[in-house]
Design a protein around this ligand. Sequence first.
Ligand code: URA
Length: 267
Amino acid sequence: MSRPPAAAVSESLLAFWAEAGIDAALLETPTDRIAEGQRPLAPRAAQPTPLPAPATSAPARPLALGAAREAAAACADLDALAAAIEAFEGCPIRFEGAASRSVFCRGPADAPVVVIGEAPGAEEDRAGQPFVGKAGRMLDRMLEAIGLADQVFITNTVFWRPPGNRTPTPEEQRVCKPFVEQAIRLVRPRMLLLVGAPATRCMLDQTDGINRLHGRWFEWRTTEADLEVPALPTFHPAFLMRTPSAKSMAWSDLKTFAERLNRPSRG
Ligand code: URA
């Protein structure tokens, strides 16, 4: 009969001990920690030479807005845009610990609605797709409830996960914006839904809080003013999960949005 591997034996023994209420490992003889603390300290060993900074730390590079504009403008379709974003090194977040690939978009390329969120989180970073974590599932439920589930192209103001899920800075959003604008040019949606204050601030240059801006229509324009699309800010699903009392306002925003989208166009 073959013997179980040592690890399996140890695991089984530990499980048995845990079940019996043994939750600390003690030695046969007691250790006098007080006497240990009174012994003179050994002289400190020489400090090792500090290691070079890890390759993931942000290089000090100027924000490459010109390069972003040029790269984005050269893209004739969304595949080219995805590749240009993946190759772009001008946004510092990319070097601050996000997985190496960018998180660009999901949804049909000819969707009548573009949804813009803030930034990818941990699950998006792993999956390479926006809004696939908890907040994403809530967003999907909201869109489904209002009848827009298959009609949205979803992206963010930046394409890499900020460390610790911090809010992207206005500079980081600015350098990614040419790619967001080019995505909107290529999809040609009838309307934009901006979820959360950072997306609203970035796309509409508004400084008011989301409590004042949600549910109001704005006319979004590209930086070059070659395209105009009606845009409606609403609450971010992550905020709604923390603040359920705001859900009724978000629902009313979505109704306003869907009503205009479904309104028969005149002429
Ligand atoms: N929150 C966002 O704003 N975007 C995502 O993609 C995920 C969470």
